[in-house]
Design a protein around this ligand. Structure first.
Ligand code: HEM
Length: 223
């Protein structure tokens, strides 16, 4: 049953929709948490420490955080694998074997593919930058996320990387949210307008909310 479902295109699209919505929920929480940077180092660093203590004393130190990490890793792998496989099917199914002019994938499809690749690379960069400090351009100190964010965005190329990635994120969510709603059967003639509006508002809020952090550092409001 699970096998048949996974082998079908509808099954893969369902996996994409569900994993995408799980990542979206994470992003909304992450964006709201990041905005606490405007309340100063004390509050932001406390928040970072609290993330490691969620669920205590029932949960051991870091257990909830690791649970979230595992769910996110599974979601990312499921999302990327089904995207890759659907894309291979799409290319194979094109009736262009004997013609030289290949029909191009639609604008939305191409933006989703490029956007997905950019976001995948961004997440790897971001974790090496602000979680492990491996590629951090300034002095990285474990347990001091506020200082790490400020020193990060004091380098012009960090701002470029993050802002470009957040614009890609907005476009990806705008189309992805809409596609997920269609796949999950929420769409209908009466609801499609509302769904498009929700997708646009979500994309705009997330992009603006995330970009507010580098902008805060660049303008000196956060220092
Ligand atoms: C301007 C935008 C962003 C800023 C300033 C930011 C900031 C941060 C910071 C400071 C941490 C480290 C938290 C800590 O160790 O206490 C972090 C972790 C993380 N962020 Fe972001 N983030 C941004 C955007 C994003 C986006 C768009 C994604 C996903 C697409 C993302 C995914 C993650 C992940 C997966 C972690 C690792 C969490 C863990 O430790 O398990 N972030 N972020």
């Amino acid at each position: 049953m699970a096998r048949t479902m996974w082998d079908s295109s509808v099954g893969k699209k369902t996996v994409m929709a569900v994993s995408g919505l799980i990542m979206l929920a994470y992003l909304v929480a992450h964006m709201i948490g990041n905005l606490k940077i405007y309340f100063g180092p004390g509050e932001f660093n406390d928040y970072g420490h609290w993330l490691r203590r969620i669920g205590e004393p029932f949960m051991h130190h870091m257990w909830t955080l690791w649970l979230v990490r595992i769910v996110m890793a599974v979601a990312v792998v499921a999302h990327a694998t089904s995207a890759y496989q659907l894309s291979r099917r799409d290319i194979k199914a094109r009736p262009s074997k004997y013609v030289h002019t290949k029909p191009r994938a639609s604008y939305a499809t191409r933006t989703m593919r490029w956007g997905g690749i950019i976001l995948g690379l961004f997440v790897v960069w971001h974790v090496l930058d602000l979680t492990t400090g491996t590629v951090h351009p300034g002095r990285f100190e474990h347990g001091h996320p506020y200082q790490n964010v400020v020193s990060d965005f004091s380098h012009w190329y960090s701002n470029v990387i993050y802002i470009v990635a957040m614009l890609a994120l907005g476009l990806h969510i705008r189309h992805g949210f809409w596609s997920a709603a269609q796949t999950l059967g929420v769409g209908s003639r009466t609801r499609d307008r509302a769904l498009k509006t929700i997708a646009n508002v979500l994309a705009l809020l997330l992009t603006a909310g995330f970009i507010a952090v580098p902008v805060g550092v660049m303008t000196g409001v956060v220092s």
